[in-house]
Design a protein around this ligand. Sequence first.
Ligand SMILES: Cc1cc2nc3c(=O)[nH]c(=O)nc-3n(C[C@H](O)[C@H](O)[C@H](O)COP(=O)(O)O)c2cc1C
Length: 147
Amino acid sequence: MSEQVHRLVYFSRNAMPGTSDEIVEGVHQILKSSRRNNARAGVTGALLFNSGCFAQVLEGPSSAVSETFERIQWDERHSEVLVLDYAPVDGRVFPDWSMSFVGASQSGQHLFGDVSAASGFNPIHLKAAQVLTTLHRLVMDEEKQTA
Ligand SMILES: Cc1cc2nc3c(=O)[nH]c(=O)nc-3n(C[C@H](O)[C@H](O)[C@H](O)COP(=O)(O)O)c2cc1C
């Protein structure tokens, strides 16, 4: 029997210095290694980068998710890594993306702005379910635009 899918949702702040172009390049580097490693490990998910913050959803077998997150949490390109949720789930919300990315699109600004405002701009109050729903909606919107 295959290992049960676990989902981890976290929030963090960018710690990459530089111009916005340099930061965007840094995010592309992160995505490149994420997609390569995650495809190999059976991890899927989505990464949002907006207003200097990251929110990421990782889904997969618990050992693969925890090994991946172990590397991520010590990465010096971000800080204040805060786990919002880590639990077994019935299935994946992002089955088709080794790591989907949503950046600072207008709808992203708007939707993520709503999530941040609801938390009183304090990540400790961010709700994992809200982050998950927002990311899923953004990924679906971007899919529609590029279809
Ligand atoms: C915000 C953020 C998200 C990341 N997400 C992933 C990820 O989903 N999968 C992954 O393997 N590495 C991810 N990384 C990169 C890891 O921290 C680490 O640098 C990488 O896994 C090392 O593997 P490599 O030597 O193949 O590049 C992320 C890093 C940051 C800062």
